[in-house]
Design a protein around this ligand. Sequence first.
Ligand SMILES: Cc1ncc(C[n+]2csc(CCOP(=O)(O)OP(=O)(O)O)c2C)c(N)n1
Length: 670
Amino acid sequence: MLQAATAFPRHDAPVSHADMANAIRALAMDAVQKANSGHPGMPMGMADVATVLFSRFLKFDPKTAAWPDRDRFVLSAGHGSMLLYALLYLTGYPDMTLDELKNFRQIGSRTAGHPEFGHAGGIETTTGPLGQGIATAVGMAMAERLLAAQFGKNVVDHYTYVIAGDGCLMEGISHEAVSMAGHLKLNKLIVLFDDNQISIDGPTSLSVSDDQIARFQASGWATIRVDGHDPEAVAAAIAAAQKSDRPSLIACRTVIGYGAPTKAGTAATHGSPLGPDEIKGAREKLGWPHAPFEIPETVLKAWRDVGIQGAAKKQAWDKALAALPAPQRAEWDRRIKGELPADFAKVMDDYKARLATEKPKWATRKASQMALEVINPAVPETIGGSADLTGSNNTKTAGLNPIKPGDFSGRYVYYGVREHGMAAAMNGIALHGGLIPYGGTFLVFTDYCRPSIRLSALMEQRVVYVMTHDSIGLGEDGPTHQPVEHLAALRAIPNLLVLRPADAVETAEAWQVALEQTHRPSVLALTRQDLPAVRTSHRKENLVAKGGYELIAADGAAKVTLLASGSEIAIAMTARDMLQKDGIPTRVVSMPSFELFDAQDVTYQEKVLGPGTVRVAIEAGVRQGWDRYLGIKGGFVGMSGFGASGPYEQLYKHFGITPEAVAQAAKQRL
Ligand SMILES: Cc1ncc(C[n+]2csc(CCOP(=O)(O)OP(=O)(O)O)c2C)c(N)n1
């Protein structure tokens, strides 16, 4: 049954729940109509639930949107972005003006088709790829618990709320996220499921018959089913969820497009403007006689009153923060600003100096662990982890204790075999602030977490992906495990740093670069197999930060430049020796990162690439991406198909990635 709003315009009339919810509905249908595109159904259906959440529970302060102890609200069903934009406008976030709502989905507006992190205060994460929101929220809820363990509940004590739809729960990533949250007993994570039984193709019965309640229960969640249009039932469920010792699912049975006279309850409201007649009918049915984008003063005031409720809580929190002992207070400020400890550069420099003397012949995955043994004690905000490959990724260092269900005093996450869930959770940890997540799996399985890696890049988050077993060099596990196209595919993602270091020193430098990126994720591509030390004299300067640099000059006027990354640097060095012996002066350029090299000035780039020399690149992956450095005469020695199972030394020979092949490729081009 529809709830009619109280009659308007009576300025002294109490504003009802229905009035407030109808303001959301009206803004959603009007903005979608004006843009002539968008999704009115979900905001109209979930307006009641969202009104209860925002007006009675959510801790937030629109004037200080980034208040670290705010509750997080994640709209996982990102297509319903107008729900969020309407709430931000109504509660008084300064970024979200009525004009922004009128410019819904237009270039340059804060009101993009799907919520985009950074566009406006109150948008906690970018959502739209279904399932990402709920999985990111798991990371946020983890971060809350971790920081509470580190700084105390006087300064860290908030909930993470999610609105997720059928689509989010159908996505595979939701399984990983739900399972992880249940295992870890993330009791301050509360998911409001928009259980409207409709998706794009029609009723969800076309494609799914899961018992979601049973499913979440099986993963250790508290569950309840409510009528999503009964505010008191929703409120009681949220109040109970707040007290639960486990994460909570509140399945809210709603009507998609609630209020639309002929289309409500159907897929027709999901993703298209309702049209003028239907909107007119909805206004009548809802008892909302106001013009498009017009919110009566009384209703707006009621919403703005909701918005100012948080200010007192924020002030109390300021006091609690000020009461922390001075060193802890300073540490908190540093963490929240995302600054590294003051002595970090020195710590790394000392470590590099040690490596230059010791010249260890480590696999770069081992070099990464050794770097982390130095980094983790010096940078207490790192949160490590691996998707069940801890011993292979070498991600766990001596001082890192695992986090356990209900115990978040540790700094290491056993993510389990959940690569996608891990990547999204790391986004949530980074977005939350105060922590720097890193996590590992095999490089080939970046495919399993690529949608979240893409979002790390889009949202400009400092997430470090520790991706080991980075080529055919992993050997016997064979082509299913040997990345071939992955470096190229990752390099194709804008704003993602791909770092493929060649030895222990470069690995230390790569870690330093990755941690220093405040607005960019990084992938460290690391070997399983041991590699010789190639950076054997100490340089204070971080050469990896240049992306490419001359590792060894030619003996004589250079005729050939060999470019390589990671494990293929060793091959390039041997090829250089061969060419030099044959009287061909040859230089070797290490190219640990295309993105960083491309950011150097052209004069530097040209100098490094060796003007007038024949260039050959060597990388145990596909050629794609290298050509821009090679020139028309350039050669490439690498992979052109899938790998094979066998000892790695034999595989390199089998696929012709050898010093001899490199030398020959150079000679052919002279
Ligand atoms: C990963 C992904 N796949 C597909 C889509 C396209 N898409 C957007 S909404 C939607 C249906 C979602 O259904 P539901 O969650 O029930 O939303 P509702 O219809 O209730 O608004 C689909 C398939 C998407 N946004 N993300």
